[in-house]
Design a protein around this ligand. Structure first.
Ligand SMILES: *Cc1c(COP(=O)(O)O)cnc(C)c1O
Length: 369
């Protein structure tokens, strides 16, 4: 049986007609930038995310950059980032001229360890940038307490966690300004690039709106040096079709995760994602850990099961960050996670036969070892 790492076939079948109608309407509307679809999506996503404001932008990286700009993060400021994250989180900090200050994860959640944040703070620290990696919320109670105590901003990177909750509160609503991505593979994905900023503060939303559109609020009047990072009207139109399905699709992901958790718990050689009483994850990815990652991945590939690695090289060991002079061993937990992680297929519409097959083959691999 062939099991792709990701397939849109099932999801696309549900929205095909609506997408085709929207494409047709959009084409005839002759309103291609910042039109009614963007406005409608911003309202709908703000409501979904339980924030007063949402500002659609070009992509997730720019959502992060604009969030930091809005909060006044400046060159030479420091921003606490997870050592264990996708590099975009760090790139945003670097793009505003600030310094990413990495903090190790908790090994069992892969997320930023709140107990290690305080030791990394200096007089230059401006903000904490938690990432809800793989769709598992960070410990926002602890992170908020630290931010409050030290007068720091929080910017959540919610790119992997649309709809996740920590102690009942939706992620992307904790920080002062929060960023998300609608890259096609995310839980809510556009048919191309897209992103958004969410906030409860009108002043931050207004700033973000200006910054995404040349620093202008009134056409031909430019108050600040802005960017061009608008959410495409066409992408907003597609997102308006897809958003009503997001809760159902997240429930599908949870069902698949529950299957893996049940059927793989007896395999002592792998570590499964944690179940935390405070967290409702949305399983953007289902990541297991095993020292035999490479051999397991090769074996599964031979069985026609596609897996992936998120992520093989942590940001501090990338060439782009060589200038920060971190050596191998600088962040041992992050490096261990990078060497042992393996992402199993998880996508809405994945069949029980496929899940059964994946679990069976993983067990077979370890039985033969
Ligand atoms: C996808 C992703 C981003 C970047 O989003 P883009 O829309 O691809 O720019 C940032 N942070 C995390 C954690 C991501 O997964």
């Amino acid at each position: 049986m062939y099991v792709p790492f990701l397939s849109f076939t099932w999801q696309n079948a549900l929205i095909r007609t609506a997408v085709q109608e929207k494409s047709h309407l959009f084409f005839n509307s002759e309103n291609y930038i910042l039109g009614p679809e963007v406005t409608a999506f911003e309202q709908a996503y703000a409501a979904f995310n339980n924030t007063s404001h949402c500002v659609g932008v070009g992509n997730g990286l720019e959502a992060l950059i604009i969030s930091l700009e809005v909060l006044g993060v400046k060159p030479h400021d420091e921003v606490i980032v997870p050592a264990n994250t996708y590099i975009a989180t760090w790139l945003a900090v670097s793009q505003v001229g600030a310094v990413p200050v990495p903090v190790e994860p908790e090994e069992f959640t892969s997320n930023l360890d709140p107990n290690q944040i305080v030791a990394a703070l200096t007089v230059k620290t401006k903000a904490i940038l938690p990432v809800h990696l793989y769709g598992l919320p960070c410990n926002m109670t602890a992170i908020q307490a630290i931010a409050d105590q030290h007068g720091l901003f929080i910017v959540e990177d919610n790119a992997q966690a649309h709809g996740a909750r920590w102690q009942g509160q939706i992620t992307g609503s904790f920080g002062h300004v929060n960023a998300t991505s609608f890259y096609p593979t995310k839980n809510l994905g556009a048919l191309g690039d897209g992103g958004a900023i969410t906030t409860n503060q009108a002043a931050y939303a207004r700033q973000a709106r200006m910054r995404r559109n040349y620093g202008s609020e009134t056409k031909n009047y430019n108050d600040i040096i802005g960017r061009n990072s608008r959410l495409d009207e066409l992408q907003a139109a597609y997102l308006n079709v897809k958003l009503p399905f997001l809760n159902t699709w997240n429930a599908e992901r949870r069902k698949i995760a529950a299957y893996y958790l049940t059927h793989l718990q007896q395999v002592p050689q792998i570590t499964l994602p944690p179940t935390l009483p405070e967290a409702e994850p949305v399983f953007h990815l289902f990541v297991i850990h095993t020292p035999q990652r490479q051999k397991l991945q090769q074996f599964l590939k031979k069985q026609r099961i596609e897996t992936a690695v998120h992520y093989p090289v942590p940001p501090h060991l990338q060439k782009a960050y060589a200038f920060l002079n971190y050596q191998t061993g600088a962040f041992p937990i992050t490096e261990k996670l990078a060497q042992t992680c393996l992402s199993l297929p998880v996508w809405p519409g994945m069949s029980e036969e496929m899940l059964q097959y994946v679990c069976e083959k993983i067990k077979q691999f370890f039985n033969e070892e």
